[in-house]
Design a protein around this ligand. Structure first.
Ligand code: GFB
Length: 404
């Protein structure tokens, strides 16, 4: 073998070593920028949320865990987040799925994996040897009865007391728990590591009431990086884009041809009467907003969970003063395919691209649209607008602007 050949082979060998080192130990493929765990050496966290909470509040809970796990990776902790499937949500009243829905129905999981080490529960099932999925420890988190002890809110946790798990293990009947621990908990999510470290041999750890721990920091660059990674499933995006193109003749990210409104009703209208307007009040406010923003606009897109009877009245009153009102009405096959959750996302995407958006005060459904618009690059003045009650105070919505 010539010296030249030896040098060439050595270079080739070095390249192979470097490529596998770059790929890491089974976790983040740096070239692909995705995170796939090495199952045997990984440990896993899964969580559940207070059963009545809706989809968009749950998205925020996901972000708290995803950021916690992403930051842990940077400190060489080998923990992954199992994505808790979507099952039997209170607000999904048209099409309840008989089985738990994976995150890929709604999100681009590859994109989630670029930010945090996440895995779908069905992927975990396919890797464990038994038909039964055994969680080593279930921590049932509970609020302290008094959050402001001596007038002060501070981070704390305490094991003890009585508690019950009030969930359904995401609709699966092959999930069991070795030990359940009740924990009063208050404050930032990263303190969960203190709890986890009490039992260092646990491989599968679950938290019930995952909505109780709070973001360590809200609105930072890391928060927004995580938020940006929550891209929707491509079929949902394409359906929304097609609708926007067909009805509003817009094929760009930032449309100029329509105004959108999120009109949250049902339980929200009942439990927050002082924050939402009547139908007449809604019409008046939309009309005023369009006159102030751009009187040329005639197309209004309404996203709503309202009753048909209310929507018909709203449509009639807006049409009577010259507007063209649009709702996204899925075909039966779209409804079967996307389910209520997907239809709601299509509503959100259509709202996100409108020239001007008016939302419902303190609805997380509205918050997620506002975030999307920040990511798309809209002027904040076209985004942080709300419907006010007919009478009384109307506090301005908080403006959470993007940090890039
Ligand atoms: O998403 P979410 O947490 O927002 O829950 P809020 C509301 C759910 O209602 C959505 C449906 O996830 C949808 O399933 N929904 C609401 C809509 N608005 C629309 C809409 O414009 N279009 C479609 N297609 N569906 C909180 C809940 O809801 O409200 C709490 O998380 C509680 O559990 C509270 O119910 C009163 O933040 O608006």
């Amino acid at each position: 073998m010539s010296i030249k050949m030896i040098i060439n082979l050595s270079i080739l060998f070095l390249c192979v070593i470097l490529t596998s080192a770059e790929k890491g130990d089974g976790y983040c493929d740096l070239k692909e920028k995705t995170c796939d765990g090495d199952f045997l050496n990984e440990k896993f966290i899964i969580y559940d949320v207070n059963p009545p909470e809706g989809f968009n509040l749950r998205r925020d809970v996901y972000m708290r865990f995803a950021i916690m796990l992403s930051e842990a990776r940077q400190h060489h902790k080998n923990w992954m987040l199992i994505l808790p499937p979507w099952y039997s949500l209170y607000h999904w009243q048209t099409t309840q799925s008989d089985f738990p829905l994976p995150w890929s129905n709604f999100f681009d999981v590859k994109s989630l994996k670029k930010f945090a080490p996440v895995v779908e529960l069905h992927e975990v099932f396919s890797k464990i040897e038994s038909n039964i999925f055994t969680i080593d420890r279930l921590y049932v988190l509970q609020n302290y009865p008094d959050a402001f002890e001596n007038g002060e809110f501070r981070d704390k946790w305490e094991i003890g007391g009585n508690c019950d798990y009030d969930g359904t293990f995401w609709g699966y009947n092959n999930v069991t728990v070795k030990e359940t621990v009740c924990v009063k908990y208050q404050g930032r999510i990263s303190n969960l590591w203190e709890l986890i470290s009490l039992n260092p041999t646990d491989k599968f750890v679950m938290f019930a009431h995952g909505e109780i721990p709070l973001h360590d920091q809200y609105g930072t660059k890391t928060f927004w990086d995580c938020r940006k990674s929550m891209k929707f499933n491509k079929n949902l995006i394409n359906t929304a884009k097609k609708y926007i193109s067909e009805y509003f003749n817009c094929n760009s990210k930032i449309c100029t041809t329509y105004v959108s409104v999120h009109w949250r009703r049902r339980d929200f209208a009942r439990s927050r009467k002082k924050d939402v307007p009547s139908i007449k009040g809604t019409v008046k406010q939309i009309d005023n907003a369009i006159k102030n923003y751009n009187p040329q606009i005639v197309n209004i897109f309404i996203a709503s969970d309202g009753q048909n009877s209310e929507l018909i009245k709203l449509e009639k009153q807006l049409s009577d003063i010259g507007y063209k009102v649009h709702f996204y009405l899925p075909t039966q096959s779209e409804l079967d395919k996307f389910k209520d959750g997907g239809v709601a996302i299509i509503d959100q995407i259509i709202c996100s691209h409108a020239a001007y958006f008016i939302g419902t005060y303190e609805s997380t459904f509205t918050f997620r649209i506002q975030e999307e618009r920040e990511i798309l690059g809209f002027e904040s003045s076209t985004t942080f607008n709300r419907l006010c009650p007919d009478k009384g105070r109307c506090e301005a919505p908080s403006k959470w602007k993007i940090v890039n």
